[in-house]
Design a protein around this ligand. Structure first.
Ligand code: UT7
Length: 323
């Protein structure tokens, strides 16, 4: 059984945080943040707003924007998040309850910024197995609740948001071959530890519930890994760069997107991002970028989009879709 993405929806919290906010709490400035990351703003969830709340609103927006789409007959919910409301119950179950989807299987997956694409790969597998027909794949985070506001190299990066894709059977495949993988030896370079102080590859992991990142190491790994995996993904699908209309990488830093574009020889105009007004939203960044381009009228029916997420783990996952 083939599959395709039939609709997407997003939601970002209302609270806008400009770079000026960080000038008031740490030693930084708007110029550094814009030139080193491409970020001008990010959104923060309210104190009483959590990842499942963002997901529920994103799903409602999907239904509102796509006439005829009903959600009560969704049969599986996959949520990619590293910032769940709580460990148990999982986020997917809270969405199922909030939206009244009585017969949906519910799982959360943790693959950080690669998680949304991992979710699409799993959904494709469930449809192919013939066991499920209507799957919601969420990428959602409330990173602002897990940010270390004393660390100026990381706190300026993160924002909150949610995106969701509806995956359904299709007469021909529009969710093409994927690449997935990880390099766990780099676990120490990007982590959020709640309970276990460990040493990974000689580096101490502090279980303080805050995000820690060795930015320079991840930056270098990202450009090399992402460029190589885009080439692998194209080869796996027997495609050339010219067959793609758009590339959506995880929006971690505009300089990573520019670096990869240079490395693979892709015009920067083909690279879509959500970095400027949402910051790094981890799992949510790819659907947010898709939605920005969609509302700007860039993405058209029949377009082919390569999506590739990368992040904590360090994990990566990429897939090519036809819209
Ligand atoms: O989402 C998952 C994947 N994550 C990523 O892919 C993130 C990858 N890493 C990055 O995006 C970048 O490494 C950062 C944005 C995190 C940092 O940018 P950078 O260009 O690598 O900066 P750096 O850490 O090399 O620091 C350069 C300078 C340092 O000053 P000195 O030592 O040269 O005097 C830092 O202290 O910039 C300084 N600096 C800042 N200055 C003003 C670091 N953070 C700030 C800041 N404001 N917020």
């Amino acid at each position: 059984m083939n599959s395709k993405i039939t609709a997407i929806g997003v939601y970002a919290p209302e609270k806008r945080i400009t770079n000026a906010y960080f000038e008031s709490i740490i030693d930084t400035n708007d110029e550094w943040i814009v030139t080193r990351t491409g970020i001008r703003e990010r959104r923060f969830a309210a104190d009483d707003q959590f990842t499942s709340d963002l997901c529920i609103q994103a799903a409602k927006n999907l239904a509102a924007d796509n006439k005829g789409v009903t959600l009560d007959d969704v049969d599986f919910i996959i949520v990619s998040t590293t910032t769940a409301d709580q460990v148990m119950p999982n986020t997917a179950s809270q969405i199922q309850n909030g939206l009244g989807m009585q017969n949906a299987g519910c799982i959360d997956i943790m693959a950080a910024c690669a998680g949304f694409v991992y979710g699409l790969v799993l959904a494709k597998g469930l449809v192919a197995a013939g066991t499920h027909k209507k799957i919601l794949v969420f990428g959602a985070e409330t990173l602002s609740k897990f940010t270390d506001y004393t660390d100026r190299t990381s706190c300026i990066l993160f924002g909150d948001g949610a995106g969701v894709a509806l995956v359904e059977p299709s007469d021909r495949s529009k969710l093409f071959n994927a690449v997935t993988g990880a390099d766990g030896s780099h676990g120490k370079d990007l982590y959020l530890s709640q309970s276990s102080n460990r040493v990974i590859n000689g580096e101490y992991i502090e279980a303080n519930g805050k995000i820690h990142q060795n930015g320079k190491v991840v930056f270098k790994w990202a450009i090399q890994t992402v460029s190589a995996r885009i080439r692998e993904l194209l080869a796996k699908n027997n495609m050339q760069l010219s067959d793609l209309d758009w590339i959506i990488l995880h929006s971690a830093n505009m300089r990573i997107i520019e670096g990869v574009a240079t490395e693979i020889g892709c015009p920067i105009e083909k690279m879509l991002s959500s970095i400027e007004y949402y910051g790094n939203t981890s799992s949510a960044s790819i659907p947010l970028a898709w939605n920005i381009a969609r509302t700007e009228g860039k993405i058209k029916p029949g377009n082919k989009i390569l999506m590739l997420g990368f992040g904590g783990g360090l994990t990566f996952a990429g897939v090519i879709v036809e819209v």
